[in-house]
Design a protein around this ligand. Structure first.
Ligand code: ZN
Length: 160
């Protein structure tokens, strides 16, 4: 399970809507809660280096990742070594919040969570979280909750 404050989810949804019809992307910093769940403690937006207008392309700026890792190094020296990059997010403009074939082809880091936001007609409609198996062959959806412990996304009554 991955949990994050509602304000972070809103931040990611806003970025997804602002980037529409292109993809947004960014990094998720967080920690293990000691009970098997990941807690997002920071969301870092990146420009999408793969902005070619396609719905299934994103690339987090390596400089953003480098800067975050350097900050985490500094943070670790202050005794907060348990924070790390736990995943990243990107949007699927006009497509479901499920990993694409392209996503699978780039999923070579099994310890990272993939957060995917579906944007339909400019509106962020659903966010889901996924991890890839150790062979990088398939994604598995994991529960995503906001830290007020309401399940998210809220499903429509006609969905099961
Ligand atoms: Zn994708």
């Amino acid at each position: 399970m991955i949990s994050l404050p509602l304000s972070f989810l809103k931040c990611i949804s806003d970025a997804a809507e602002a980037a529409y019809p292109k993809e947004c992307c960014g990094l998720l910093v967080g920690r293990d809660d000691g009970a098997g769940a990941l807690v997002v403690t920071r969301v870092v937006e990146s420009r999408n280096l793969a902005e070619d207008g396609r719905h299934d392309r994103f690339e987090v700026d390596p400089q953003v990742r480098f800067d975050v890792m350097r900050e985490l190094d500094d943070y670790a020296k202050q005794g907060h070594a348990h924070h790390r990059i736990i995943g990243h997010y990107h949007s699927h403009p006009g497509h479901p919040a499920q990993p694409s074939e392209t996503d699978l082809s780039k999923a070579y880091e099994p310890d990272l969570v993939w957060l995917i936001v579906s944007v339909v007609d400019g509106q962020a409609v659903q966010t889901t979280a996924h991890v890839v198996d150790s062979e990088g062959r398939q994604f598995r959806e994991i529960p995503l909750r906001t830290t007020d412990w309401q399940p998210y996304p809220v499903r429509e009554p006609n969905q099961t």
